[in-house]
Design a protein around this ligand. Structure first.
Ligand SMILES: Cc1cc2nc3c(=O)[nH]c(=O)nc-3n(C[C@H](O)[C@H](O)[C@H](O)COP(=O)(O)OP(=O)(O)OC[C@H]3O[C@@H](n4cnc5c(N)ncnc54)[C@H](O)[C@@H]3O)c2cc1C
Ligand SMILES: NC(=O)c1ccc[n+]([C@@H]2O[C@H](COP(=O)([O-])OP(=O)(O)OC[C@H]3O[C@@H](n4cnc5c(N)ncnc54)[C@H](OP(=O)(O)O)[C@@H]3O)[C@@H](O)[C@H]2O)c1
Ligand SMILES: Cc1cc2nc3c(=O)[nH]c(=O)nc-3n(C[C@H](O)[C@H](O)[C@H](O)COP(=O)(O)O)c2cc1C
Length: 538
C-alpha cells in the first residue's frame, strides 16, 4: 500500500525536514510506517551530547555522534558546554559528555563557565536523575595531565549525584575506535535495546584527515632576516583540483615525515636491518626505514641508548603513530584563491648536548622542496571566527607565529571591505630581524585596513616588552573598543603568553573600566559567552 505523505512535496521544508515531519505525523496519527530514523515522539529518548572543545575534535565528534544517535531513534542534539547550565543536564536526563584537555590539565575555553558552575561553593546543583558518561580526549605526551579535564568532569558529576551509566573512556590522539565503542555501549544502555553494531559513517566523498589531499608546495619564504635567532617561514600550498575551501580562523592539518638522519641513526643504534618488513600502525607492512620515516614517532629515541636485546617486533610495538600537526591558516581564500598559507616557526633546540629538531616544522622548513607534495586536511575552528557583523571592531593579539590567523583575518576584512575597525598587537624578539609580514602590515596601516598597530619587540632593550605591556599602556582606548562591542582574539604560545595576556585583560577592565576583580572576571566570562573573546593557542 502506498502511503500518501502528510506534508506535500511542495511544502516549504528541506527534504530531511519533510521526511522527519511525515514520519512524526504518521506516528502521532498512527498512520503508516514512520520514516527511517523517525520513531514516534513517545518512543524517542532525549539525548544530549555535550562537548568541551578547543580546536574542534570533541565538537565534530559530538556532532557526528548526535547524527548517529538520531539515526538510532534518539531525539539527540549536540551542544557546546558554553551554551549549557548544569540545570540543562537535569532537563535532558540522558547526557553524554565529550571533552578535551588544554593548557596544563585545564578545561577547554568553552567548558570553563560550565565547570565553574559545577563548582560553585554552597550552591552546587544536584544532578540526581541524570544518566551520564564521559569521553575524555587528550594526548599521552602530556603525562600527568593526560585527559585531566575529562577525569575531573566525570568525578564531579558523580559527586553531584548523577548516575554514571558507562565508565569514562580516556583517549589518546587516535580516538576514533575508542569513541565508537564508548558511544555504541552508551546508546545500547540508554535505548534499552540489544546491542546493534553501529553502521560506519558513509565515507566522505571529499578530502579529510582519513583521506588527505596531496598538495603541492608552491613557495617558502624566510620571514626573519639575517642575524635573527629565529627561523620562521611563510609557506604556500596549492589547493588546485581539490575543490577544498576553508574559512579564516581554521587550522590546517599537515602530514609529515621524520628526518632521514634521525631515522638512520635510530636504526643503526639498534642494529636493525633497514629493509626488514614491519607492521604499520593500522594495517599492512613496509620496510623498517619507510615505516620510521612516514608512520611512527621516533624523535624521542634520537640520541638515546637503546634497550639491550630489544627485538624488532617489540621495538615497533612500543612506537606511537606519527601524527599530523596542526597550523593556523595564515591566508584568506578571497585574497589567494586555491591556496592555503602557513606561518611556521622551525623548532630547533639543544638538549644535553644533542641538537634536536621538531619533526613537522623542520619537514616544512628544510625537507619538503618546492613542487613536492604532502597530505593536508582542514580542521574547522568554529570558535575562532571573525564577527558576522562586519561593522564590529576587532582586536588581535598575536606575537610570534600567533600572527598567522590575523594575516588571514586582515586579508578577509580587506577583501570584504568590512567597515569595522581593526587593531593588531604584534611582538617578537627584534624589530630589525623579526617583524613578520612587515611590508604587508605597514601597507594595511597606510591604507587604513589596520586602524591601529602596537608592536612589542622583547629584545630591543634591557627590560622585556611584551604585547600585554602595550595593551596595558593603551588601557583606556582598549576598554573603549571593548565597550563598543569589539571582539578580542589571542593567538600563539599557550604556556605563558596567553595566560599573561588574559591577566592583562583583567587588569585593563579593572583600571580603565573601573571594575572590581570579581566584576572583571564576570565581564571576561560574558565576553567568552558572547563569543567576543576567542583564543587559538598552542
Ligand atoms: C591549533 C594549533 C595551531 C597551531 N598553529 C601554529 C602556527 O601557526 N605556527 C607554528 O609554528 N606552530 C603552530 N602550532 C604548533 C604546531 O602544531 C607544532 O606543534 C609545532 O610546529 C612543533 O611541531 P614539530 O613537529 O616541529 O615539533 P615536535 O617534533 O613535535 O617537537 C616539539 C617538542 O619538542 C620539545 N621541545 C621544543 N622546544 C624545546 C626546547 N627549547 N627545549 C626542550 N624541548 C623542547 C617539546 O617536547 C615539544 O613538545 C599550532 C598548534 C595547534 C594545536
Ligand atoms: N614554552 C614553550 O614551550 C614555548 C613557548 C613559546 C613558543 N614555543 C614554541 O616555539 C616556537 C616559536 O614560537 P613563536 O615564533 O610563536 O614565538 P614565541 O617564542 O612565542 O615568541 C614571540 C614573542 O613573544 C615573547 N614572549 C615570551 N614570553 C612571553 C609572555 N609571557 N607574554 C608575551 N610575550 C612573550 C617572546 O619574547 P622573548 O622570547 O624575548 O621572551 C617574543 O618576543 C613555536 O613552535 C612555539 O610552539 C614554545
Ligand atoms: C596547547 C595544548 C595543550 C594540551 N594539553 C593537554 C593536556 O594537558 N592533557 C591532555 O591529555 N591533552 C592535552 N592536549 C591535547 C588535546 O586535548 C587533544 O589534542 C584533543 O584531541 C583536542 O581536542 P579539541 O580539538 O576538541 O580541543 C593539549 C593540546 C594542545 C595543543
Amino acid at each position: 500500500m502506498k502511503i500518501v505523505p502528510l506534508i506535500p512535496d511542495n511544502a516549504p521544508f528541506t527534504v530531511e525536514q519533510r521526511a522527519w515531519l511525515n514520519g512524526f505525523l504518521a506516528g502521532v496519527l498512527n498512520r503508516g510506517t514512520p520514516a527511517p530514523g523517525s520513531a514516534t515522539l513517545e518512543e524517542k529518548q532525549p539525548l544530549l551530547i555535550a562537548f568541551g572543545s578547543q580546536s574542534g575534535n570533541a565538537e565534530s565528534l559530538a556532532k557526528r555522534l548526535a547524527r548517529e544517535a538520531s539515526g538510532r531513534g534518539f531525539a539527540a542534539r549536540a551542544a557546546g558546554l558554553d551554551s549549557l547550565q548544569p540545570a540543562d543536564l537535569v532537563k535532558d536526563k540522558n547526557v553524554l559528555l565529550i571533552t578535551s584537555t588544554w593548557g596544563e590539565g585545564e578545561m577547554p575555553d568553552n567548558a570553563i563557565s560550565f565547570w565553574d558552575s559545577l563548582n560553585q561553593n554552597g550552591s552546587s546543583p544536584k544532578l540526581e536523575g541524570v544518566q551520564y558518561s564521559v569521553l575524555a580526549l587528550g594526548d599521552m605526551n602530556y603525562g600527568d595531565t593526560f585527559c585531566l579535564a575529562g577525569k575531573n568532569l566525570d568525578k564531579r558529576l558523580a559527586e553531584l549525584g548523577a548516575n554514571r551509566i558507562v565508565d569514562r573512556v580516556d583517549c589518546d590522539v587516535e580516538f576514533d575506535d575508542l569513541a565508537k565503542k564508548w558511544s555504541s555501549t552508551a546508546f545500547t544502555i540508554l535505548s534499552g535495546k540489544k546491542e546493534t553494531v553501529a553502521a560506519d559513517e558513509p565515507e566522505d566523498a571529499c578530502f579529510s584527515k582519513k583521506k588527505p589531499f596531496q598538495a603541492t608546495l608552491l613557495s617558502k619564504t624566510n620571514l626573519n632576516t639575517k642575524g635573527s635567532s629565529k627561523d620562521t617561514r611563510h609557506i604556500a600550498f596549492s589547493l588546485a583540483g581539490s575543490g577544498l575551501t576553508y574559512e579564516v580562523g581554521d587550522a590546517l592539518g599537515v602530514f609529515v615525515q621524520n628526518c632521514p638522519d634521525v631515522v638512520d641513526s635510530v636504526i643503526a643504534s639498534h642494529g636493525f636491518d633497514s629493509q626488514s618488513e614491519v607492521s604499520l600502525p593500522d594495517s599492512g607492512s613496509v620496510p623498517l626505514r619507510e615505516a620510521l620515516m612516514k608512520h611512527y614517532e621516533v624523535r624521542h629515541l634520537f640520541g638515546k641508548t637503546p634497550k639491550v636485546g630489544l627485538t624488532l617486533a617489540a621495538f615497533i610495538e612500543n612506537l606511537r603513530k606519527l601524527q599530523p600537526r596542526l597550523y593556523s591558516i595564515a591566508s584568506s581564500l578571497k585574497a589567494h584563491p586555491e591556496e592555503v598559507h602557513l606561518c611556521v616557526a622551525a623548532v630547533r633546540y639543544n638538549k644535553e648536548g644533542i641538537e634536536h629538531k621538531g619533526v613537522a616544522s623542520t619537514f616544512l622548513a628544510d625537507r619538503l622542496a618546492l613542487g613536492e607534495t604532502t597530505g593536508l586536511f582542514f580542521h574547522a575552528a568554529n570558535h575562532f571566527r571573525l564577527p558576522s557583523d562586519l561593522t564590529k571592531p576587532v582586536i588581535m593579539v598575536g606575537p610570534g607565529t600567533g600572527i598567522a590567523p590575523f594575516r588571514a583575518f586582515l586579508e578577509e576584512r580587506e577583501a570584504t571591505a568590512a567597515p569595522g575597525k581593526n587593531w593588531l598587537f604584534f611582538g617578537d624578539q627584534k624589530r630589525d630581524t623579526d617583524f613578520l609580514y612587515h611590508d604587508q602590515i605597514t601597507e594595511w596601516l597606510k591604507k587604513g585596513t589596520l586602524t591601529r598597530l602596537d608592536t612589542a619587540f622583547s629584545r630591543d632593550q634591557e627590560e622585556k616588552i611584551y604585547v600585554q605591556t602595550r595593551m596595558i599602556e593603551a588601557a583606556s582606548e582598549l576598554w573603549h573598543w571593548l565597550e563598543q562591542g569589539a571582539h578580542l582574539y589571542v593567538c600563539g604560545d599557550a604556556k605563558l603568553m596567553a595566560k599573561d595576556v588574559e591577566a592583562a585583560l583583567h587588569e585593563i577592565i579593572q583600571s580603565a573600566g573601573n571594575k572590581t576583580a570579581d566584576e572583571a572576571i564576570a565581564y571576561v566570562a560574558q565576553m567568552k559567552k558572547d563569543k567576543r573573546y576567542a583564543r587559538d593557542v598552542y
